[in-house]
Design a protein around this ligand. Structure first.
Ligand code: NDP
Ligand code: MG
Length: 387
């Protein structure tokens, strides 16, 4: 099997990717973290990559010291990350969280590397640029996000038959069935308790606000070339049906499995091969029943804001993404309340400058503008970095 470059190896997806590599004996050429040097060291000693990088330059010295007795080359900062993404390899796995993943994805594509993509913010913020560059370079993007992996699998063998509808399933998160008045005093601890999945902090909060489903709607539009109206969001509380595709004749093909990210991660690495996987196999008898419901967009306003943003196109998805990243980071620091995340996303969409056909530079400007909008909204000093 071809070797991989693994960006964001110390996160939830990163660690599970290591698990898959361990079980299939996949060689890891490079690893990266932001600041988790202890785990990065442990991974480097186990997988013996040629390179490791820390994106936060403050940790360069520390990782250099930790790995001083090895021959691993150590890089740092955005440039270091971009260098790893450009290394010739079988796949670049992008498991970075946030829009920080966009430029490394573009660098991987420019270098002609196929990308196994967990970093949905790449496609939300810079989707048009990424998809057109991938086409130009003849590079494939294999989705890791479980819903998009499911859709990708449902479309295998469809040949010329186009999907008439994509059924994007959602767990509904920890606050399914609640109204805005029930959510006023939600704490970080309550929001971090997802019913079905164990994930990084940012995506867990996104799942509680349903921003995650909004981001995934945009991700689906980008990956599968459908209109936003062709994506139907269905709450499937058990997280067993990972998504489905409806064809012209009304046939619906779905992908089912246990709620374990190692399955979509592995498929993104081994496609088109299916190999034994460390994830637990699903017993339908244990599941018993599957339920379906509509998402409540009046309560979970992040989802309606994401729908508005993808219809507006341009830098609108980037605006809502960055406002959300900044708001979630404040919520996790106990600086704002749960419902203020959605309010921030909505306000940013109407107040940050709209650009119809943004370049990469303009998207990076949008990111800074959204961050500064959030800083002003909550009267935070210029020194506080949110993104
Ligand atoms: P985590 O927060 O657990 O991990 C993020 C990784 O990115 C860590 O290795 C972290 O390093 C690194 N990182 C953080 N900030 C930066 C930065 N500014 N520049 C470069 N690297 C950085 O996130 P998850 O693994 O949960 O999620 C990763 C991506 O996958 C997200 O886009 C998420 O939406 C998507 N995803 C996740 C799923 C899941 O089950 N977790 C499911 C589907 C999609 P450090 O450890 O040093 O902080
Ligand atoms: Mg998902």
């Amino acid at each position: 099997m071809d070797d991989i470059v693994l960006l964001g190896s110390t996160g939830s997806i990163g660690v599970q990717t290591c698990d898959v590599c361990r079980s299939l004996n996949i060689k890891i050429k490079a690893l990266s973290a932001n600041s988790s040097t202890a785990l990065l060291e442990e991974q480097a000693r186990e997988f013996q990559p040629e390179y490791v990088a820390v994106s936060d330059v403050k940790y360069y010295k520390e990782i250099k010291t930790r790995l001083a007795d090895t021959s691993v080359k150590i890089l740092a900062g955005e440039e270091g990350l971009n260098e790893l993404a450009s290394l010739k390899c079988g796949r670049v796995v992008n498991a970075i969280v946030g829009m920080a993943g966009l430029v490394p994805t573009l660098k991987a594509i420019e270098a002609g590397n196929d990308v196994a993509l967990a970093n949905k913010e790449t496609l939300v913020t810079g989707g048009s640029l990424v998809i057109s560059k991938a086409k130009e370079k003849g590079v494939s993007i294999y989705p890791i996000d479980s819903e998009h992996s499911a859709i990708f699998q449902c479309l295998m063998g469809a040949d010329e038959n186009k999907a008439s509808k994509i059924i994007l399933t959602a767990s509904g998160g920890p606050f399914f069935g609640k109204k805005r008045s029930d959510l006023v005093n939600i704490t970080k601890e309550q929001a971090l308790k997802h019913p079905n999945w164990s994930m990084g902090a940012k995506i867990t909060i996104d799942s509680a606000t349903l921003m995650n489903k909004g981001l995934e709607l945009i991700e689906a539009v980008r990956l599968f070339g459908v209109s936003p109206e062709q994506v139907e969001i269905v709450v499937q509380r058990q997280s067993i049906i990972h998504s489905a595709v409806e064809f012209e004749d009304g046939a619906i093909i779905a992908q089912l499995g246990s709620a374990d990210m190692r399955l979509p991660i592995q498929f993104a690495l081994t496609y088109p091969k299916r190999l034994p996987c460390p994830a637990k196999k699903l017993s339908l008898f244990d599941v018993g029943e599957l339920t379906f419901a509509r998402a409540d967009e009046d309560t979970f306003v992040c989802l309606s804001a994401a729908k508005k943003a993808i219809k507006l196109e341009g830098n609108a998805p980037c605006i809502i993404n960055c406002a959300n990243e900044a708001a979630v980071s404040l919520f996790l620091k106990d600086k704002i309340r749960f419902l203020e995340i959605g309010e921030t996303v909505e306000d940013a969409l109407s107040q940050v400058k709209f650009k119809a056909a943004p370049t990469l530079e303009e998207l990076l400007e949008t990111r800074a503008e959204a961050e500064s909008f959030v800083r002003k909204k909550f009267n935070l000093s210029e020194e506080i970095c949110l993104l």
